[in-house]
Design a protein. Sequence first.
Length: 326
Amino acid sequence: MADERHRVAVLVRDGLLPMELGIVHRLFGQARDTAGRPLYEVLTCTLVPGPVRTDADFPVLVKHGPEVLDTADTVIVPASDLDYEPAPPPPGLAEALARIRPGTRIASICTGSFVLAAAGLLDGRPATTHWKCAARFRELYPEVDLDPDVLYTDADGVLTSAGEAAGIDLCLHMIRTDHGAAVANEVARGTVVPPHRDGGQAQYLRRPVPEPVVSSTARARAWALDNLHRPVTLRELAAREATSTRTFTRRFRDEMGTSPGQWLTRQRIERACTLLEESDLSVDDVAERAGFGTAGSMRLHLQAELGVSPTAYRRTFRCRAAQPSR
């Protein structure tokens, strides 16, 4: 009887990140039907069979060449450390991608999205990549609808994911799409990862507002940071610099690139995140100390800025040493 398993081909390149290759093999390799039979066949291929350099201190020996792509049902392109530097694609990559059959599902992990974009596979589609590379991706591929805040995208069989760990989310999504939540959840349990993560990449970014070299609003900002727990008015801020509210607002925007109100909200979010990560305070107490007043107000701001609730943020980032004993 012919092998009816869904064939997943992982196309690796020089500079492979080994974790990303392991993610694909581990997750798809664990998927089983009710009789315990494997649902996927995962094969690794490269442009020229043989040892492939990784970003670690060991190579990966790949015995399959690009001919595997001819029969693949899903093709996954992991990242390479070469993606972080402007470089032309390796010889033979375009020809290898051309071997993929029409209708084959194609996915990338992390900066593997650069390969898909260079091949024109992402034109006019939503896509994502690692947030550190988002600006350069936009410069190179303005025709792609890039969303650097999400963990993964799925647009008519062309999928992309953000950083390495987001490759887990992407693979679970594909398994869930193919075989349902029960199979995907069992794979997640076997890997000891959540079957679905809340929010997107935004919650993993720290985006403090840079300090200007020369500032005429520094005293007001320092005072505001000491008083985040209470309402802070524009008039109070201007008074710290002995100026009118109009002049203060103009100077503040020139120096900080944002309005005083927007800056205050950003600082309150930063304070709330720190308290959620490092303290045992209740959500209500965190909201009060960060100056949001109520847990409901803080929840709205974190959801808008980070895409997660305070509880979900704490569950992801809270320092284990800070958790109370049970």
